[in-house]
Design a protein around this ligand. Structure first.
Ligand SMILES: *Cc1c(COP(=O)(O)O)cnc(C)c1O
Length: 376
C-alpha cells in the first residue's frame, strides 16, 4: 500500500468534519436516535475507518446502515459489534451469513421472513429485523395494505424480533412536497394500525438527509441521514445548515509543458489551444471517478487559482490549462474537490458541471485513490 507521499491521487477525509455533521443532525432531531448511512463505502469515504472513528470517539449512532452483505461483513470483521441494518434485504443465498454476522436485514416478503426465522432458530438466535413499507418509492417494501398482517406474522416468529418499521421517500431532496406528505400519511396510517393492535416496534423511521433538514413530521423516533453526514445538502433550496464537506480530492501534476497556439489536447482533439499555453497533465481520470463529462467543462484549483479542464478526461489522466499559474510544477498537487486559499470547488459544484448530484460524484471516487484520514 502506498503512503500519501508517494500516491498519485488522494482523497483526504476529515473525520472531525464528519463528527461535526453528525452533531448537527443530533442538534436538529433532539432525542431521536440516528442511523448513520455508511453504504457504498460511506459514500466513498471509507465505512470501516468512519465506523471506528465514531466508536473511538463514543459518538456511535444507534445503528449503521449498509446496502449489501459484504459491507456489513467488512464492518464486523474490522471489529464493529454495533447494530447494522442491511437495507436492501436478505437474499436467500445470504441468509446463513446474515445470521452468522448478526446483521439486521430489512424484510418485505414472507418467503424471506420464514427462511430467516428458520436460520435464526437453528443458530439459537433472535435476529432483529426491520419491515419495509412501500409508500410511493416503488422500489422495496410491502404495500401498506399488507403491512399489518405481515408484521403480526413476523412478531410471532421465535427466531426474529421486529425491531423497526420503515419507509423511504421517492425524493432525495423532497422536491414535491405534496407527494412527500402523501407518503408520510400512508406510513402514519400503517403506524396507527400497529399501535391500535398493540404491536410495538422499537424504531419507526423514514427521514433521509433532506427530511432531517426540512421535514420534521418524518423524524418519528429514528432518522437515517447519509449525504448530510458527508457535508452536503441534497437539495439546493433547503434552509442552509452549516455542514462541512468531509472529503477533498487531490491529484498530482505528472507533466507540465508549454505548447504553441493551435495544439490539440487529448483524445478526439476536442480542444485546440487558441494561444501559447501551459498544459498540466494530472494523475486522475475517469477510472478514479473523475467523470468524462467534465471534459472541457470541469475546473480544478491549482495554487489557489481556478483552472479549466481542457480536452477529454482520460482513464488515468486529465489535462488542465495552467497558463495563469506559472509557478505550477511537476510533482505539485491540484485540487479536484476541495478548497485552496479562498477558492473552493466542492462536490455539489462538480456535480452541476457533470449533470448529476453530489451522491454520484462522492460514491464514484475509485479504489485507486489513496484515502488519507485526518483527525483520527
Ligand atoms: C441511502 C439511503 C438513505 C440515506 O439517504 P440520504 O439522501 O443520503 O440521506 C436513507 N435510507 C435508505 C433506505 C437509503 O437507501
Amino acid at each position: 500500500m502506498l503512503d500519501s507521499r508517494s500516491a498519485s491521487s488522494i482523497a483526504e477525509i476529515d473525520l472531525r468534519a464528519l463528527g461535526e455533521n453528525l452533531r448537527r443532525v443530533r442538534e436538529r432531531v433532539g432525542r431521536r436516535d440516528v442511523l448513520a448511512v455508511v453504504k457504498a463505502n460511506a459514500y466513498g469515504h471509507g465505512a470501516v475507518p468512519i465506523a471506528h472513528y465514531l466508536k473511538n470517539n463514543k459518538i456511535m449512532p444507534a445503528l449503521l446502515g449498509v446496502a449489501f452483505l459484504d459491507e456489513g461483513i467488512a464492518l464486523r470483521e474490522s471489529g464493529i459489534a454495533d447494530p447494522i441494518l442491511l437495507m436492501t434485504g436478505a437474499p436467500l443465498a445470504q441468509i446463513d451469513a446474515i445470521v452468522q454476522y448478526c446483521l439486521s436485514p430489512v424484510i418485505f416478503d414472507t418467503e424471506t421472513l420464514f427462511a430467516l426465522n428458520r436460520a435464526a432458530e437453528a443458530a439459537g438466535r433472535t435476529l432483529p429485523i426491520h419491515v419495509k413499507i412501500d409508500t410511493g418509492m416503488g422500489r422495496l417494501g410491502l404495500p401498506p395494505s399488507e403491512a399489518l398482517s405481515f408484521i403480526k406474522t413476523a412478531a410471532d416468529l421465535p427466531g426474529l424480533a421486529v425491531e423497526g418499521v420503515l419507509s423511504h421517500f421517492a425524493y432525495s431532496d423532497l422536491q414535491d412536497k405534496a407527494f412527500v406528505a402523501q407518503q408520510m400519511a400512508r406510513f402514519q396510517t400503517v403506524l396507527g394500525d400497529l399501535e391500535h393492535k398493540g404491536i410495538k416496534t422499537h424504531y419507526r423511521h423514514m427521514a433521509n438527509s433532506a427530511a432531517v433538514i426540512d421535514y420534521k413530521p418524518a423524524y418519528l423516533n429514528l432518522v437515517r441521514p447519509g449525504l448530510m453526514l458527508y457535508g452536503y445538502s441534497p437539495a439546493e433550496n433547503t434552509p442552509p445548515l452549516p455542514l462541512k464537506p468531509v472529503m477533498q480530492l487531490k491529484a498530482r501534476v505528472i507533466a507540465v509543458k508549454k505548447v504553441p497556439a493551435s495544439t490539440s489536447i487529448s483524445y478526439g482533439r476536442t480542444y485546440v489551444t487558441q494561444r501559447e499555453s501551459r498544459i498540466a497533465t494530472i494523475a486522475i481520470g475517469y477510472a478514479d471517478g473523475y467523470p468524462c463529462i467534465l471534459s472541457n467543462r470541469g475546473m480544478m484549483i491549482a495554487k489557489e487559482t481556478l483552472v479549466p479542464v481542457v480536452g477529454k478526461v482520460c482513464m488515468d489522466m486529465t489535462m488542465l490549462d495552467v497558463t495563469q499559474v506559472p509557478s505550477l510544477r511537476t510533482g505539485d498537487w491540484v485540487t479536484a474537490i476541495g478548497t485552496e486559499g479562498d477558492r473552493a470547488v466542492w462536490a455539489d459544484r462538480v456535480a452541476q458541471w457533470a449533470e448529476t448530484h453530489p451522491y454520484e460524484i462522492l460514491c464514484g471516487i475509485g479504489p485507486r485513490v489513496h484515502r488519507r484520514y485526518i483527525g483520527s
